[in-house]
Design a protein around this ligand. Structure first.
Ligand code: NAD
Length: 483
């Protein structure tokens, strides 16, 4: 189908070795605006050959980039950050027309800008250590970049995941091939244009657009890729881990999905708890890994909490993502829309839908609440990735902890209470990489490690920790001749 509205000024090619170029095969794929269901543009599709070319360019660029002083690498990162700052509106627009993210919810550009700014100045934190603890030896431990790092990102916040990975990987002296999601390539291509303007040496940062297969799978199996940093679903994470082990045992960082619980105790500030939990599950129309998609409310306050929650959740403004008053956009595409709708059917079969449903327009799903759903229902257990929440009640602290932990995921959990002892007790027992006390996602702290327990991932990302993801540790023993 030909694009209904071609955005002529939008770059759609692959960025390899410092140049925009069409895919070698000439293949393209259509990108659809999820608010209107119209095809807006055709994107060049990287296949195996393009992906190999990107890795070869990154490999060739590595020695010179590695040998720069951190402050010299930082100059490029800082310039990139400034260029992102000047392009925030453009990035918000591209994200809105391609993924349906409301411009009012576009915090991604500023996050990317600050990530590059932070890591522009962080390169010297890549430090080793030394000791004289071995008889007649000086022991030196150094940290060195891997070489070529591959980054594979999802579609829900591409600028954030792009910068979470690319900024520390480059700061530590690696070169990078990033594959954007086929559902959200436009902002990554825009960032490629800004990288070209920032003047990164050719091959240091390569950005390709394409599908999981063959482009993503080529990266995860590539013998010249030494580290792969992935954010996306549990099932793809597994495939990447398998391909990494089967090829060259490359280092793997996995940030995966979630089914995050929020627990509301009777002494919580119910107004605050309702506001925080609705914002978590409604932000990005529920398309957020940390969304508290399960809420457990104490039976003694359930009616009051549910009334407050539903009033706030139901007040979301569905509409054109480019309209600044819109707070709730569509699901990203027909696949995601159909997937969420299939969970609505499961929820209606297993429980009671007390708010929401299919908006039957664009790819919109209304904010949706299910109550009285069994703990073993697929809608309680599996990640829906839509504006859908299951709210169940509990009687005791130990009962709710065991329900909250009864999941293969462990990304984020929240506890709402004014009792400090209970807050600490429960936080300790919740199986999650991040626990919010009287707060919930999307609140995270940039300087704290972020990542998952159990099936939610391997490794952590954050200002203080990410550089470590992109370096190898080498021990050098220097024998000292006796006098
Ligand atoms: P996805 O796993 O379908 O795709 C993610 C990326 O992997 C895409 O670029 C895709 O093309 C690529 N891919 C697909 N198959 C591949 C393969 N075989 N080999 C290599 N790459 C492959 O995920 P999605 O639908 O884009 O994103 C939603 C998921 O991401 C949700 O599960 C969500 O929870 C998770 N997520 C996690 C975090 C986090 O920080 N933990 C953040 C955002 C999203």
């Amino acid at each position: 189908m030909a694009p209904a509205r071609i955005e002529k000024s939008i770059e759609t090619r692959l960025f390899i070795n410092g140049k925009f170029q069409p895919s070698i095969s000439g293949k393209t794929f259509n990108l659809t605006n999820p608010a209107t269901r119209e095809v807006i543009v055709e994107i060049h599709e990287a296949d195996e050959e393009d992906t190999n070319a990107a890795v070869a360019a990154a490999k060739a660029a590595f020695p010179a980039w590695r040998d720069l002083e951190p402050c010299d690498r930082g100059v490029y990162l800082a310039k990139f950050s400034r260029l992102i700052h000047n392009s925030l509106d453009e990035l918000a627009y591209l994200e809105a027309i391609s993924t349906g993210k409301p411009v009012s919810a576009f915090i991604d550009g500023i996050a990317a800008e600050s990530n590059f700014q932070h890591f522009a100045e962080a390169g010297y934190q890549v430090q080793g250590s030394s000791s004289l603890n071995t008889y007649n030896h000086l022991n030196i431990t150094v940290k060195q970049p891997f070489g070529v790092v591959a980054c594979i990102i999802p579609w829900n916040a591409p600028c954030i995941f792009f910068s979470n990975k690319v900024a520390p990987a480059l700061a530590a002296g690696n070169t990078v091939v990033l594959k954007s999601s086929e559902k959200a390539p436009l902002t990554s291509i825009c960032l490629a244009r800004l990288a070209a303007e920032a003047g990164f040496p050719p091959g240091v940062l390569n950005i390709i657009t394409g599908f999981g297969k063959p482009s993503g799978s080529t990266l995860s199996a590539h013998m010249d890729v030494r580290c792969i940093s992935f954010t996306g679903s549990y099932s793809t994470g597994k495939k990447i881990q398998e391909a990494a082990a089967a090829s060259n045992m490359k280092n793997v960082i996995l940030e995966l999905g979630g089914k995050s619980p929020a627990i509301i105790f009777p002494d919580a500030d119910l107004e605050d708890a309702a506001a925080a939990t609705q914002s978590s599950v409604q932000f990005l129309s529920g398309q957020m890994c940390m969304a508290n998609s399960r809420i457990y409310v104490h039976e003694s306050i359930a009616d009051k909490f549910l009334a407050l929650f539903k009033e706030k959740f139901g007040a979301a403004r569905l509409g054109d993502p480019l309209d600044r008053t819109t707070t709730h956009g569509p699901q990203v595409d027909s696949i995601q829309y159909d997937r969420v709708k299939s969970y609505l059917e499961i929820g209606q079969r297993d429980g009671i839908m007390t708010l929401g449903g299919d908006a039957k327009d664009g790819f919109y799903i209304k904010p949706t609440v299910f109550e009285n759903v069994p703990e073993d229902s697929r809608i309680t257990k599996e990640e829906v990735f839509g504006p859908v929440v299951v709210i169940n009640t509990f009687k005791t602290e130990s009962e709710v902890i065991s329900k909250a932990n009864d999941t293969e995921f462990g990304l984020y959990a929240s506890v709402f209470t004014k009792n400090i002892d209970r807050a600490i007790r429960v936080s300790k027992l919740l199986e999650a990489g991040t626990v919010g006390v009287n707060c919930t996602s999307p609140t995270t702290a940039k300087d704290m490690p972020f990542g998952g327990f159990k099936g939610s991932g391997i490794g952590r990302e954050g200002y203080r920790i990410s550089l470590e993801n992109y370096v190898e540790t080498k021990s050098i023993l220097i024998r000292v001749s006796p006098e």
